[in-house]
Design a protein around this ligand. Structure first.
Ligand code: G
Ligand code: G
Ligand code: MN
Length: 402
């Protein structure tokens, strides 16, 4: 027995379907590949058989007396880490909805199988199980509880010691692939724990009153870097993320303008990215600040467009100059009709409102080609450039007349 087979032998796959021949069909493939397979035709048995160590779960979405949604909830509540395969005879939009539901509950959807099973499904089952066998067992994966959750004191110390630094992710022209600018993304580099991402400290900074200090640190370091780049003959354009909370601070426009002057970076070269959710709530107060920022010549970008709850009227009334289509739609645009419709209409809407449109989260050539063909001006994503430290960032040589 080789290593992969030995690993598979300890692994179990659980199948829930009220049609016995479907269960046997999947179970046969699983056994062929060396998995222990269990199948059941009702939820009670499934719940008894369920364990956190499962290597894969095949789930029928439509069974008499219960729907797959209840089981998805059960798996979410039990923090299931096993790759989940959804099986159904429903239309693909129903299956897509179930997949999204499972993902929002933290489940990992490994695939979807359409009934009735044909040859294509058989090979899909082989492919999914072979993939499952190669991936680490759930118990070997870092569990959420093992992740370091810093507190406010730790962040405050890190800020004092200069451990929070800007990383830069390039924004490219969608057609020429030239670097047009960079988005600043905060990183906490802890000498012992290594790199800590912003998702683990920005919400906490917002909650514990550290967001102003953190933003001040990140902006000053980014602008100091820009000054250096400018002195080296480059023309860096940077995008800074602003917490929604800062849009309640009436002195923000002047404070930012003072910083831009101090570091000798023209505000026209600075884009301020504001998440769409920030536009909810007291919009007139935000509008006051946004307008004054625009009057000081900063660029204003609506970040994560499509995920917030702002009305189109707010988008139309705000003095924005750029719209960033959220990466969650880009990720699904080539496989889900609904996501593609959102990408298409966001780009068209941005253009109708006179905004430059940026697509974020571009990971494949196909995604790049899609947004380029829809007229999107700029792209950002792992395909062309990951966030990196200033030292790793290269600007194109400016043209002589610049
Ligand atoms: O950098 P990712 O690589 O993980 O960033 C995750 C989220 O954190 C993004 O939504 C980004 O907008 C946000 N973020 C990154 N840096 C900053 C920052 O300096 N300030 C604020 N408010 N948000 C930031
Ligand atoms: O919300 P905002 O647009 O500021 O977030 C940017 C986030 O997206 C950062 O966490 C950044 O690291 C991440 N990111 C950038 N490019 C890609 C990509 O191609 N794929 C994925 N999955 N994340 C990306
Ligand atoms: Mn952003």
């Amino acid at each position: 027995m080789n290593q992969a087979e030995a690993k598979a032998a300890q692994s179990a796959v659980l199948i829930l379907d009220d049609e016995r021949d479907m269960c046997e069909f999947v179970a046969d493939v699983g056994s062929d590949l060396g998995f222990k397979t269990h199948w059941c035709d009702n939820f009670e048995d499934f719940a008894c058989r369920y364990s956190i160590d499962l290597q894969g779960i095949f789930l029928d979405l439509a069974m008499p007396g219960m729907d797959g949604v209840e089981i998805i909830r059960f798996l979410g509540d039990n923090h299931s880490e096993a790759p989940l395969v959804l099986m159904s005879g429903y239309d693909s939009d129903v299956i897509d909805a179930a997949r999204r539901l499972a993902e929002t509950r933290g489940l990992k959807v490994a695939g979807v199988l359409h009934k009735p099973f044909m040859l294509a499904e058989l090979s899909a089952i082989y492919k999914i199980l072979a993939e499952v066998r190669r991936s680490p067992r759930p118990s070997a994966v870092e569990r959420p509880k093992d992740i370091y959750r810093p507190d406010a004191q730790a962040l405050s110390n890190a800020l004092d010691e200069g451990h929070v630094v800007p990383y830069f992710q390039a924004k490219f022209c969608a057609s020429t692939r030239q670097v047009k600018g960079a988005e600043v993304l905060a990183r906490w580099i802890d000498p012992e724990r290594g790199l800590i991402g912003p998702d683990r400290f920005i919400p906490m900074a917002e909650q514990d009153g550290l967001i102003e200090r953190l933003t001040d640190t990140v902006i000053r370091k980014s602008l100091a870097q820009c000054r250096l780049w400018r002195r080296l003959g480059f023309a860096p354009r940077v995008a800074l993320n602003l917490s929604p909370l800062l849009l309640r601070w009436l002195d923000l426009p002047d404070a930012l303008l003072d910083m831009a002057r101090e570091y000798e970076v023209p505000p026209e070269q600075i884009m301020l990215e504001i998440t769409e959710t920030a536009l909810v709530g007291d919009f007139s107060a935000s509008l006051d600040i946004l307008t004054r920022l625009r009057m000081r010549r900063f660029g204003l970008s609506v970040d994560d467009f499509g995920t917030g709850y702002s009305s189109l009227k707010q988008l139309q009334q705000g003095p924005f100059t750029e719209l960033k289509v959220d990466q969650s739609f880009i990720a699904k645009a080539l496989t889900e009709e609904g996501a593609r419709a959102i990408v298409e209409s966001s780009i068209a809407l941005g253009h109708r409102l006179g905004l430059k449109v940026v697509a974020e989260g571009i990971e494949t050539e196909e995604q790049l080609e899609l947004v380029r063909s829809l007229g999107c001006e700029e792209v950002q994503g792992y395909l062309l450039g990951r966030p990196c430290a200033a030292e790793g960032f290269t600007w194109p040589q400016p043209l002589p007349h610049q």
